[in-house]
Design a protein. Sequence first.
Length: 286
Amino acid sequence: MSPAHETAPGGEGKPDQYGLVGHPVAHSWSPFIHGMFAQATAQNLSYRLFDITPQAFRRDILHLFTSGVRGLNVTLPHKQAAADLVNELTPRATRAQAVNTIAFFEDTTLLGDNTDGVGLIFDLEQNVKLTLADTRILILGAGGAVRGVLGPLLERESREVVIANRTAQKAMSLAAEFADLGQISGCGFAQIGKGPFDLIINATSASLRGDLPPLPDGLVCETTVCYDMAYGRAQTPFTAWATGQHAALACKGWGMLVEQAAEAFLLWRGIRPNTRPVLDALAPHL
């Protein structure tokens, strides 16, 4: 990255402003996570939540940056809109056509990145201790969150990735975009086909509504890992279903949340914080 894109380190004086934009965002633990990161790395910053509707997204985001905000995380439902807003994309954001991190630089560049994929991979491999090579992976959903993780998952040389979505055509179109990276297909929930899968990832917004996508039998065996990108203190409908199906492991997306946040922090501040103290601090709340 050129010198014009370098961010200033923390120091004395007024803290640099960062935050999360989404709709809704009140449930987010991102201020806690980035607060711990800032303290551990001696960075002078503050982090806030901004609940912004899709209709107001472009206007309000540009206002935040012109008013002094240095960087933003982006969550549902704005990840694809953020990709259209910025004037420069990292290679992984270009591939995903979805953005979950924006950095504002002194030359007025808005750089869009996507740290979802690397955050998920880090959590699965380092924290869950899962080997992804030669696995059959089922992904539920076809939105912006899925766009961010497909490339990294396929790069791990998985045997097959199946995207299932309520609207089958959306899943098939998304699969076609990533077909050059490996064996991938898309379908509706009723057409998922024969299981079991080694890894099932729930990336739908159903968990946020307390719902579960309609899933056929036979997807889970005693070695299947079920991973919900959603997170909360209680079980989600998906993790409850996975437990009832006797999956080897049913986990929520706390690790992905923390690891993708660390990657965003690296983009903004030039240092990747140690995530283990944050994961340990969150553990009693889960």
